[in-house]
Structures are given as C-alpha cells and as structure tokens.
Design a protein around this ligand. Structure first.
Ligand SMILES: [Zn+2]
Length: 247
C-alpha cells in the first residue's frame, strides 16, 4: 500500500462528483478485455503465470467478439446494504465515463486487495458522501480484478437493457456507465498493464451489451473540473481504439 504519488485526500475524485448526497447513483457493467496484442491464448498463458485477474477474463462471449469478464458481485466482496433506493433506469446507457479512485497505488495485485478497495470506496461514498451506495457501476483493481460497484449494476449489465442510476459524474449519471480504476493517476503514474488490459475488456463488454460506440467512452474531466482520471484521460484515444478492436 505504498503510495507512489503525493498524499491525497481520501477520495479526491469526490470533488469531481458534484452529485449531492443521497443523489443519483448507479452501477455499471464491467468486463475484461479481449487481449488484443497477443491473442486470447497468449494472454491466457500470460495471465495464468502473472495476472490472476485477467486469467479469469476468459468467459462467454457477449457481442460479436467481446469477452464477458469475470466480475465479483457486491455479495462476493462483502458490500454493505445500500442506504437508500437504487433506481433502475429502463433504458440503455449511451456512454462510459472513466475514473480513478485516487486511492494509493498499491503493489498488492491480489483479488483480496480488489475486494478491500471496493469496500473502501463504498465506505467513503456511504459514510462521507452520504450516498445510497457506491457511486460507480464497476471498479477495476490494479491487479486486474473487476468488482461490481453499485448494487444491481452487474445483473443490469448482463441483461443489457437497463442500468442503475449512478453517482459518478454530474450530468451524466442517467446516461453513462461509470468505471473507476483503483489508484491515483493524476500525478504521472502509469496504470499497471493488468489493469489496462482488463479495463479494455470490460469497456468492450459494456459496449457490446448496451450497443455503445467506443467513441462514446470519455473521461471524468470531459464533464467537469477535476483531475480525474489523470493519465487515463490522456490514454482515452488508445482505449477507444483497443475497445473497438475487441468488439
Ligand atoms: Zn472521477
């Protein structure tokens, strides 16, 4: 848990969430990536050796080429019950907004750390922000493990026709899926490859399930004054390209 970036507030991304306490919230869908550079087989081998998270990415197909990633549900990581009503929107989201959680850049790439991170974010959003539940739909750990954020996000994503109202980007919560990456990237740190690869897979799965064009993947700072998602924002063109290639 050694921070590689300057000390930051518990959740700097919070400043980017003008959403009022108890306001909108939703959860989104995640997925793992399709391993474009080396092919599924090569990635699987690599994942098996080094990246336990991505190794689980091999799942059932969602769209033409999208891979359904393993996503640990709220019950799997031990989420607390929501402190309010989770609103289900009976329409498909039209975009994805990328975030970082401004957590310390842990070198612990384990599934246990991904779960601890999910609990940390939920605690902040419930206890400090006063929200009904985690603001993001999905979170991607630095080790490449995906966790469901807001309750209901995973089942909605699997269904492909609805999503839950989130609390991640002011003005975008009723139209986009919020995906947050564990770590702080606003001070120059680069995302671990495992996290990047799984983010691509998850975004491709979300795009496939909801019919979202990769061009509609944006970063938090596109919608407000915030440093979020840091370096990830600079990498959005590449993200869109890799997601498109994975579909
Ligand atoms: Zn953000």
């Amino acid at each position: 848990m050694t921070p590689v970036t300057p000390a930051t507030p518990p959740n700097p991304d919070r400043s980017a969430h003008p959403d009022s306490p108890g306001g909108t919230f939703r959860t989104a869908g995640l997925r793992r990536r399709g391993l474009l550079r080396t092919g599924a087989a090569g990635v699987a081998a690599l994942a098996a050796a080094l990246l336990p998270g991505p190794a689980r990415a091999q799942g059932t197909g969602a769209g033409a080429g999208a891979v359904q990633p393993d996503i640990d549900s709220t019950s799997t990581w031990g989420a607390r019950a929501p402190q309010g009503t989770i609103s289900v929107l009976r329409h498909r989201p039209s975009g994805i907004v990328i975030h970082h959680t401004a957590s310390t850049n842990s070198t612990d790439f384990s599934r246990a750390q991904a779960h601890a991170h999910a609990r940390w974010v939920q605690d902040l959003h419930l206890d400090e922000n006063g929200w009904a539940d985690t603001g993001y739909h999905f979170l991607v750990s630095r080790g490449g493990w995906i966790t469901e954020g807001r309750h209901g996000s995973l089942s909605a994503l699997t269904g492909g026709s609805s999503f839950v109202l989130g609390a991640h980007t002011s003005g975008q919560n009723d139209r986009t899926i919020g995906i947050a990456n564990e770590g702080s990237y606003h001070a120059g740190a680069l995302p671990p490859e495992a996290q990047w690869d799984v983010l691509v897979t998850l975004c491709a799965y979300v795009c496939a399930q909801y019919g979202i064009a990769p061009a509609q993947i944006t970063g938090h700072k596109d919608h407000g004054t915030t440093l979020c998602p840091g370096v990830y924002h600079d990498m959005l063109p590449r993200l869109r390209e890799e997601v498109a290639a994975a579909l």
